[in-house]
Ligand binder design. Structure first.
Ligand code: FMN
Ligand code: MN
Length: 504
């Protein structure tokens, strides 16, 4: 595999169908031929598949939906097969199915230092996403197997794992992001548009001009795109060009039918239209990434559809947000960890790894300082943590992160058991915290006070579990494990003889 080279990159999976085939080869897809209902049943099956870390369900026959139209749940879930635990994420980003998750973080981080590689426009004729084109009276969202996912949801969510593509009025920046969208009827969709997200920033620019916001929503796209759609790369940066740089080859796009936006040639479904600045409709609730049942909806801007194009026998992927681990955690948490690692390392912090604890539903970001951080910086852990907090909490990537565990690189940050142990045993109960007041925060965590949900501000914390400034190297507490607690020769002997002892 070559992520650096120019030209064709064989590791780059360019369509959802090729992604499904790659997952099928390692038994990570469960085709379901029994008829299922889009009305709660597909969501519940997907929920259980994630709870069991079973293969991702591909729904082949959906009640009341024309034959051939399919839906795909848990596209970014984890696997119970420990070898392939992160395979859906790794394959999506061009890594081997058994790549460890920090390789994914490293690869995304590394691409942040490469020059963007803008997409290539290919002819519409022959592009899979143009096999069927619905215009005018033919437009009908209700033909698609849009799930009513959870029992408390305010409606059917057609967009939970696709890309919202919007361009600034001057054409200088095209943003690709995941923000949920709820289907209202044949040709209208209610859109969640947080003002600080890039979709909101570009929507505001169109409002200033007095024109509705042109948008294309690409569903069932090449598998890497949702991960850059969930990544907080800076304002002004085109996620498609970033993914092009990541793979060392440009993405292939075609021009949409009714808006001046280019869309992925292999997308399963593309919805085109304009988002109003005046018309609203009730949207929500939907169960969210913190892992709780949704509570209430609110009025949101309406997207009126001007075209739908789709592949023959289209596949609609969807995410069943809720208790961890789902793609709200893998698709949001992993790219956020990569962005934060990039920010820290380009600011010369001696940091070795960064990880969002998926099991915490993205509430704990873990940063592993290099074990020589103290000598490198000359700072004590409070001052070091203070600087790290200032950088993270003032970044867009830090908007959803209120709790950071600062540990050292002797811990494998992706091993939740090691992280719990290090945090529990190393952070001091009274002065182990460094607080940051009135920091910007999204309104979703349930720990927020009721007022904080409206001010979008809260107190954030670094849990200081660093050792290097408290113990000289030779007296630093060492983890009592096979590697550190016994002479190396005994450890080797035990491993070599493991089967001889009778273990299998
Ligand atoms: C599966 C999934 C669903 C998401 N849903 C939403 C959402 O509904 N609203 C939202 O603001 N962000 C959502 N996000 C997070 C954003 O995609 C993420 O913050 C991203 O950085 C936004 O793009 P931007 O940086 O271009 O604004 C979701 C992420 C994932 C992976
Ligand atoms: Mn963006």
């Amino acid at each position: 595999m070559d992520l650096e080279g120019q030209g064709r990159n064989p590791a780059h999976i360019k369509s959802l169908r090729d992604f499904l085939a790659a997952l099928q080869r390692i038994d990570e897809v469960q085709g379901i031929d029994k008829e299922v209902d889009w009305n709660l049943e597909m969501g519940a099956i997907t929920r259980r598949s994630m709870d069991l870390r079973a293969p991702a369900p591909l729904f082949n026959k959906i009640k009341g939906i024309e034959a051939g139209f399919r839906a795909f749940g848990a596209p970014g879930g984890l696997s119970a097969n420990s070898k392939y635990k992160y395979s859906r994420v790794a394959l999506a980003l061009g890594l081997p199915a058994d790549a460890p998750p920090l390789k994914v973080v490293e690869a995304l981080k590394k691409a942040r230092s490469k020059p963007p590689l803008p997409p290539r426009i290919v002819p519409s004729k022959g592009a899979p996403c143009k096999q069927n084109v619905l215009l005018g009276e033919e437009i009908d969202l209700l033909r698609f197997p849009t799930p009513l996912i959870h029992g408390a949801d305010g409606g059917r969510y057609i967009q939970t794992f696709g890309l919202n593509i919007v361009r600034t009025p001057d054409g200088s920046w095209t943003n690709w992001s995941i923000n949920r969208m709820m289907q209202l009827d044949r040709n209208r969709i209610a859109c969640l548009i947080p003002p600080n997200q890039h979709l909101g920033i570009i929507h505001a620019k169109w409002k200033e001009r007095g024109e509705p916001t042109p948008i294309a929503v690409a569903l069932g796209v090449e598998p890497g795109l949702p991960y850059v759609g969930g990544m907080p790369i800076p304002e002004g940066m085109d996620e498609a060009a970033f993914l092009g740089a990541y793979f060392g080859e440009p993405l292939e796009l075609v021009r949409a039918e009714t808006v001046e936006i280019d869309v992925p040639a292999t997308a399963e479904i593309v919805i085109e239209g304009h988002i109003s600045h005046a018309e609203t409709a009730m949207e929500g609730p939907m169960d969210e990434y913190p892992g709780y049942v949704g509570e209430s909806g609110s009025p949101k801007p309406v997207l009126t559809v001007s075209a739908i194009t789709f592949r023959t026998d289209p596949i609609l992927p969807f995410s069943t947000a809720g208790a961890p681990v789902d793609e709200n955690h893998t698709g949001w948490g992993i790219p956020h960890a990569a962005e934060i690692l990039h920010l820290l390392q380009t600011a010369d912090f001696p940091v070795g790894a960064c990880w969002m604890v998926l099991e915490s539903a993205c509430h704990w970001l873990v940063i592993a300082a290099r074990t020589d951080w103290h000598e490198m910086t000359g700072l004590d852990s409070r001052a070091f943590g203070q600087r790290i907090g200032e950088l993270i909490f003032s970044s867009k990537a830090g908007f959803g992160i209120a709790k950071v565990l600062l540990i050292e690189n002797d811990i494998n940050v992706t091993d939740v058991e090691q992280v719990v142990w290090a945090f529990a045993s190393r952070a001091h109960p009274s002065h182990g915290e460094i607080y940051f007041n009135e920091e910007a925060q999204n309104s979703l965590p349930v720990f927020l006070d009721s007022g904080e949900k409206f001010t979008y501000r809260t107190t954030k914390v670094i849990h200081n579990a660093l050792l290097a400034d408290r113990f000289p190297v030779e007296r630093r507490p060492k983890r009592s494990d096979l590697e550190n607690g016994w002479p190396a020769s005994i450890g080797r002997q035990v491993i070599e003889n493991w089967r001889a002892y009778g273990y299998r």
